[in-house]
Ligand binder design. Structure first.
Ligand code: AMP
Length: 398
């Protein structure tokens, strides 16, 4: 898959005005960037283009403003980025118009200029041709380095790819290469671990996975719906009883596709949804009616680890228990540490991503030991659902 994309290896950026779409959507508190992870991720692409003499014009969004709203200005983010890059980053308070054009015209080779939040214009999210045209005037080529925004067909994430020569940035390239190894062209056997609260938010994802992977571990709150559908009493656990038929359909599809489904065989339960609530391990035939399943049980953890041992590739989304509350983080932590150890021993390629998964793996202390952890939320999930991502599709060499 990655081969079909043009990358920075395919263009001489020297002297070119490079419109570079990046993910600067960092968490902020009172105008201060509280986590610079995303800035660190985009730094290599920015510096490479600048070092090669390209004029880097950064396009990005922050938050979900409806029109111009200075609460979501990128100005402080540009300043934080300059610190990460150890290189000056200019800023202009719009992303189209005369002022911007003048600032761009004054740029020298190697300069870096950050434009204001693209979402200050309605044309961004609506992908209006006139807005795309205004943006396109500012650059000679377009480089997309924002995988996390690639599930949106917005002007700066997709529209520009139809107007200017389009290339994948290094972060995008790394992400696509990791995802390629995980699901499109993986080394089999492939195991997926899917957890999280609800089946309802992950139906498409589960349906896609059962047709692609060799084994699927289902954990977390969503496992309760599957267990209930199979006639297990799950007491007061989180459970979407109205989705029992959907759960059975997914199980049937898995069987037809030869995908082994690994559901919990026991459970860690409590009577209160709170940290350090007294907890008990029960077999599935003995879950007390007034208790809640908050994590997979000890025998289930052993099964998950054994299934990881049988796999050469792992894709993970969602915690297998209520990992924010000790001791109900145990299943997630033990399985994550096991996957990390297998990865370090070069026995496993491990890719994880999506929302709470990154927090859960950080909590388990293994974030650096997985082969790849995607910080993209929605885009990672849509990729796991097997959906084409507009911001990626537009990069395919035509
Ligand atoms: P998601 O955003 O769908 O990946 O769901 C993550 C959330 O699922 C986390 O906040 C977990 O605490 C929650 N979760 C996982 N397992 C359970 C469970 N057995 N009961 C209740 N919540 C759970």
């Amino acid at each position: 898959m990655t081969k079909s994309f043009r990358t920075l290896d395919d263009v001489d950026v020297k002297g070119k005005r490079v419109l570079l779409r990046v993910d600067l959507n960092v968490p902020m508190d009172k105008g201060v960037v509280t986590d610079a992870t995303r800035l660190e991720r985009v730094a290599p692409t920015i510096l490479e283009i600048s070092d090669k003499g390209g004029r880097v014009i950064l396009l990005a969004h922050l938050g979900r403003p409806k029109g111009r709203d200075l609460k979501d200005t990128l100005k402080p983010v540009a300043a934080a980025l300059a610190e990460v890059l150890k290189h000056p980053v200019g800023f202009v308070d719009d992303c189209i118009g005369h002022d911007v054009a003048d600032k761009v015209a004054a740029m020298k080779d190697g300069d870096i200029l950050c434009l204001e939040n693209t979402r200050f214009h309605a044309g961004e999210e609506k992908n209006f041709p006139a807005f795309v045209e205004e943006l396109a005037k500012l650059g000679d080529i377009w480089v997309n380095d924002a995988f996390s925004a690639a599930h949106r067909a917005h002007a700066s994430t997709e529209g520009l790819g139809h107007k200017l020569p389009a290339y994948a940035g290094r972060t995008m390239q790394a992400e696509l290469s990791a995802l390629n190894k995980a699901l499109e062209a993986p080394t089999h056997p492939v195991i997926a671990i899917v957890g999280g609260a609800k089946v309802s938010s992950k139906i498409d994802l589960l349906e896609n996975l059962v047709s692609k992977v060799d084994a699927l571990v289902i954990g977390g709150g969503m496992a309760n719906t599957f267990l209930h559908a199979q006639g297990v009493g799950v007491g007061k656990s989180l459970c979407e009883k109205d989705l029992a038929a959907t759960a059975l359909r997914i199980l049937a599809k898995a069987e037809a596709a030869n995908c082994a489904i690994i559901l919990p065989v026991d459970a860690t339960v409590a009577y209160h949804f709170e940290a350090n609530a007294p907890s008990f391990a029960y077999g599935l035939d003995a879950i007390p009616p007034d208790s809640m399943i908050l994590d997979v049980g000890p025998r289930s953890i052993e099964r998950i680890n054994a299934a990881i041992d049988d796999a050469k590739t792992l894709v993970w989304n969602g915690p297998v228990g209520a990992f924010e509350l000790t001791p109900f983080d145990r299943g997630t932590v033990v399985a994550a540490q096991h996957a990390a150890a297998r990865t370090k021993a070069k026995k496993l390629i491990s890719v994880a991503g999506g929302g709470d998964t990154v927090a859960a793996l950080n909590h388990a202390g293994v974030a650096d030991d997985f082969s790849y952890i995607s910080t993209a939320g929605g885009a990672f999930l849509e990729w796991m659902e097997g959906k084409p991502l507009p911001g990626v599709e537009v990069l395919r060499a035509r």
